[in-house]
Design a binder for this molecule. Structure first.
Ligand SMILES: Cc1cc2nc3c(=O)[nH]c(=O)nc-3n(C[C@H](O)[C@H](O)[C@H](O)COP(=O)(O)O)c2cc1C
Length: 329
């Protein structure tokens, strides 16, 4: 449970900037298995500024209003009042089911320049203040927090931060088992991640980091004692991973990987959704990186990547996909 919301199965689709847009979420939804999906992170300040200009809200909110729920929206900033105001708007106007606050982003633009994301892990008291205000503004919609283990390997403080997050009224905590300094290097530290469980009394702990198979998801529950899991990168080119993990959690046989022809169909559906929204030029640009995710790990992926990187039109994109995909394993 995340506050009043039943997340079933307890497998969450992670927020990923530049990737987890409406098209991706729709593809994941078609396969099933994700109990809660999330948008890309949205700058609360950017949203508020567009509001003042009476301009369109960010592209990153594409589809959210009409989308099937439950759906979490993730916001970032360091100003409690702005986050609270934007959180409320997202609840009221967009009908989101969960407002998640980003305290894990390690990118300099967010940390050094905007003193937000993982920068705030150095200031748990400030995090508490932010969460309290957002919780009050969004009630009864639950507010959650996503953190890393700490800023650096020497300043791991996820346990202390967890107590602050819970004390401030958050309904769940997601921990990515790396520090901000690690970025994505090395393996996620599930031992340290798991230790955070003892520091929470009421709210669920969602574990995140390197879950790339149904078996690893089951292990996260059985060995590391988390209450939920969140999957990010591994499901970008394998959106059926949630379905596989959900079956494994229920103790059922894991569905096989879709055939290559089915995978290509999935990629082409993804492309159609993106093109409908963004038009040909931007749509093709966006799809280049998704197509590379789908091809990852397959023989011929390198050649595919170099070809797809240069396509400019939908026709060229379809041509490359048809020629190179499906590719033999
Ligand atoms: C391209 C990319 C974009 C990401 N964007 C976000 C984001 O917007 N918000 C967030 O909380 N985490 C973001 N993350 C981090 C992921 O949600 C996740 O915590 C991290 O990738 C570890 O999980 P994984 O090993 O399953 O990929 C991003 C990661 C990647 C690779």
């Amino acid at each position: 449970m995340i506050g009043p919301l039943l997340v079933d199965p307890p497998i969450l689709q992670a927020p990923m900037a530049g990737f987890t847009n409406y098209a991706y979420r729709q593809i994941v939804r078609d396969y099933g298995g994700a109990g809660l999906q999330a948008t890309e992170m949205i700058s609360a300040r950017g949203f508020a500024w567009l509001d003042e200009q009476q301009a369109e809200h960010p592209d990153r909110l594409w589809g959210v209003r009409e989308e099937p729920k439950p759906l979490a929206v993730q916001i970032w900033d360091n100003d409690a009042a702005t986050l609270a105001r934007v959180g409320r708007r997202l609840v009221e106007e967009y009908g989101v089911s969960v407002v998640d606050i980003n305290f894990g982003c390690p990118v300099k633009q967010v940390t050094d320049r905007a003193r937000s994301g993982s920068y705030l892990l150095r200031h748990p008291e400030k995090m508490g203040e932010i969460i309290e205000q957002v919780v009050a503004a969004c009630a009864p919609t639950p507010v959650t927090a996503k953190i890393r283990l700490g800023c650096t390997r020497d300043t791991i403080n996820a346990g202390d931060v967890a107590e602050v997050v819970e004390g401030a009224g958050a309904a769940a905590l997601t921990v990515h088992g790396r520090t901000a300094q690690d970025f994505f290097k090395g393996d996620a530290d599930w031992e340290r991640l798991s230790a955070v469980r003892k520091r929470l009394r009421r709210i669920p702990l969602i574990g995140n980091g390197d879950l790339d198979s149904a078996e690893k998801v089951v292990l996260a529950f059985e060995r590391w004692g988390v209450d939920g899991v969140m999957i990010a990168r591994a499901a970008l080119g394998r959106p059926w991973l949630f379905q596989q993990a959900a079956a494994a959690l229920r103790g059922e046989p894991i569905p096989p990987e879709p055939t290559l022809a089915e995978q290509r169909e999935c990629l082409l559906k993804h492309q159609r959704l993106v093109a409908e929204r963004f038009g040909e030029k931007k749509g093709v640009q966006l799809m280049r990186k998704f197509a590379c995710c789908y091809a990852q790990g397959r023989r011929g992926a390198r050649a595919f990547r170099s070809h797809v990187a240069t396509v400019q039109t939908t026709a060229e994109f379809l041509d490359v996909v048809t020629r190179y995909f499906p590719m033999p394993m």
